[in-house]
Design a protein around this ligand. Structure first.
Ligand code: NDP
Ligand code: OXD
Length: 309
């Protein structure tokens, strides 16, 4: 019942003590030194090297050290018969909401304009609408999207959330399904993407969608870069239809040096840091879910292989 652990940025002591505290034992293996691979039943990983997981024939569960799972599922050689357990973590949710609120306020109050004005020594006020007049749409109403909606609602913004299935969040207009997408986009003075990257959400923010956003709107992408058509976004920024974009995730990471996003005056780049995994809380959650499996239970939440999240 060994555990394979792989995360380049980990503090191993935190994970080892979380596994011990949860009663998962101390047989923790690495990809570089896996020992008898047949003994490994649980893989706790972030971005394992391509093909690495298929070397473990007895794997029962793969635990993602992150909310997104494309770091496993986009590897063409991952053992797709093994269920993936996603990370659910209150710290990650809080961090994501802080990131979203930061950029919503930044754009709502036109601070991006003041940053440019400061470069030129310009003292000029920009009147901003009342919070109640700035409509925010949030794509994705999972653990991160729901919390962001609630906090934005509490700041007085009219919030629309969008998911695949129906939801109810007090004081938030919740829409779902493809038929409602057009409304969500047209009503987005600020659009926040918190969708997982799947076959259904790849390139979902393409030219036709960006065009339907109100003129002078803003985009905050902290889901995955593959959901945005980069060229279309650059065009929308160039012609001012989208005033600014705060991008935390990209098709290629690290963002290549020649990407037009780096130097674009309307773009704010952060290096995939909206909600970095908090080691202590994540280790506690994952170790608990490994123990559930060791005791013969079904860990949760499990990724639906059809939906891809
Ligand atoms: P969840 O799985 O909890 O929620 C996903 C939400 O997206 C659900 O509400 C789901 O709808 C909705 N959704 C999925 N597919 C569709 C679709 N085709 N149409 C409409 N709605 C859809 O995810 P999290 O909130 O935990 O995380 C979301 C994503 O954020 C992650 O997958 C990851 O890519 C990204 N992320 C980025 C981080 C960063 O630092 N930049 C950190 C953490 C996450 P339903 O509820 O109906 O199933
Ligand atoms: C995650 C991420 O998926 O950090 O948790 O992107």
């Amino acid at each position: 019942m060994a555990i394979l652990f792989h995360w380049n940025s980990a503090t191993p002591e935190i994970w080892h003590s979380a596994f011990a505290a949860a009663g998962c034992g101390s047989d923790i293996r690495s990809i570089a030194d896996p020992g008898n691979v047949a003994e490994v039943e649980y893989a706790v990983v972030w971005a394992p090297p391509a093909g690495a997981l298929k070397a473990f024939p007895s794997l029962r569960y793969i635990y993602s050290i992150g909310a997104g799972v494309t770091h496993v599922t986009f590897d063409p050689e991952w053992p797709s018969h093994v269920p993936i357990v996603r990370l659910q973590d209150r710290m990650l949710v809080l961090d994501m909401s802080c990131h979203v609120i930061h950029w919503v306020l930044h754009f709502h109050r036109f601070y991006a304009r003041y940053a440019r004005q400061q470069d030129q020594g310009v003292w000029l006020h920009h009147r901003y609408p009342e919070n109640a007049e700035r409509r925010v749409s949030v794509l994705g109403l999972g653990q991160t999207g729901k919390d962001a909606c609630i906090r934005l609602r509490d700041l007085g913004f009219p919030v629309t959330g969008w998911a695949r299935s129906p939801k109810r969040i007090e004081g938030v207009r919740c829409l779902h399904g493809n038929e409602a997408f057009d409304t969500v986009v047209r009503d987005a003075d600020i659009l926040v993407n918190l969708l997982p990257l799947t076959y259904a959400t790849a390139n979902i923010l393409d030219a036709s969608v960006l065009e339907r956003m109100p003129k002078g709107s803003f985009l905050i992408n902290c889901g995955r870069g593959g959901s945005v058509d980069d060229r279309a976004l650059l065009n929308a920024l160039d012609d001012g239809h989208v005033e600014c974009a705060a991008l935390d995730v990209f098709r290629e990471e690290p963002l290549p040096a020649d990407s037009a996003f780096w130097a674009h005056p309307g773009v704010f780049v952060t290096p995939h840091t909206a909600a970095p995994t908090n080691e202590r809380s994540a280790a506690e959650f994952i170790a608990t879910q490994v123990k559930v499996a060791m005791d013969g239970g079904r860990p949760a939440p499990i990724v639906d292989p059809e939906r891809g999240y």
